[in-house]
Design a binder for this molecule. Sequence first.
Ligand code: AMP
Ligand code: FE
Ligand code: FE
Ligand code: ZN
Length: 290
Amino acid sequence: MSSDRRFREPIDLHTHSRVSDGTESPARLVAAAAAAGLGTVALTDHDSTAGWAEATDAARREGVTLIPGMELSTRVDWSSVHLLAYLFDPNNAKLVAETARIREARLHRAEEMVARISRDYDVNWDDVVAQTNPGATVGRPHIADALVARGLAGTRSEAFAGILHWRAGYYQPHYAPDPLMAIELVVTAGGVPVIAHPATVSRADVVLEHRMRDFVEAGLFGLEIDHRENTPEGRVRLQRLADEYGLQLTGSSDYHGEGKPNRLGENTTRPEVLDALIARATGWQPVYPA
Ligand code: AMP
Ligand code: FE
Ligand code: FE
Ligand code: ZN
């Protein structure tokens, strides 16, 4: 298998650009990946593939392998669950429709959160628009940037720990599909689904162990075990689940540019796992250096 391998290590399978809540354009993100010494990087903006074309051009220029992907928003009760999806057909009609629905719901939810915040703080929707790339998938990070611009928080992380925390009373959830439906959508589009950071503090009780059999039968490929927000106990549980269900384990940075402390390549995925991921995909091809 390794003899015809066309990608290089290190491999980072989870990053965000300004197409969602990262702070760099897709081209600058790919250039940053090359500068950081990565051989392979996946672009996984929230609920959007709008960065694929620009990242593809940049990957060819920079000599890194690009794995086009996305991080789909899903929801179980009040908890948000993120599903990484790789190498699917970005033109699949059902997936296109569902991601449009999620982005629309995110937009309305952000407007409502800002309306509530604006009763107590001097910030309005125009401030958020000023921080958001046209067409980007809107999230709390854009509201955080508006709060920082208004001097109401020092950094994104400070805003998340304060005004944007669910405990502060302004938080609101948004529509997102059930994870099983999202897995089915990704598989139908020829893609490869991996549950993102499944063992963070906030999601520790939502690892969905009792649903894992259904997820695997629907085509779940793996679990993102090496992510800075997974707890040590959670990682032990993920390793056990992977053994039990024959799931692959990935690792990645979840880089958001300057928007988060996460650095490119701080966690990586083994090349054998990427071999298996590429072999599973039927919807799209990696972008290999010329
Ligand atoms: P949302 O999906 O709109 O509720 O916002 C959550 C997103 O914000 C996550 O996908 C993270 O990428 C990002 N995020 C979460 N915590 C932080 C933080 N402390 N600093 C910056 N971004 C964060
Ligand atoms: Fe994000
Ligand atoms: Fe996430
Ligand atoms: Zn992410």
